[in-house]
Design a protein around this ligand. Structure first.
Ligand SMILES: [Zn+2]
Length: 75
């Protein structure tokens, strides 16, 4: 039996690579969908559409990581 460690998937700032995002004080999940989030590293504001793109990248990267891990485990 092989342990497959895929690590933790975080949204990354496309500008500086930071995974820390600042939300407005009053922001809840619904507000983030509307107003996006601000990178804690470089202050870049990511619109909801840009956040969606990053989330999509994580999904694809995760699928790739699972496929790679399975391929290695099956060797
Ligand atoms: Zn940044």
């Amino acid at each position: 039996m092989t342990d497959i460690n895929l690590g933790t998937a975080n949204i990354q700032c496309p500008h500086c690579g930071s995974t820390q995002f600042v939300q407005q004080e009053t922001a809840g999940p619904e507000d983030v969908k509307q107003s996006g989030a601000v990178c804690a590293g470089c202050g870049k504001h990511l619109s909801p559409a840009e956040l969606d793109i990053e989330v999509d990248k994580i999904g694809k990267a995760l699928q790739q990581a699972v496929a790679d891990a399975l391929r290695k485990a099956l060797k």
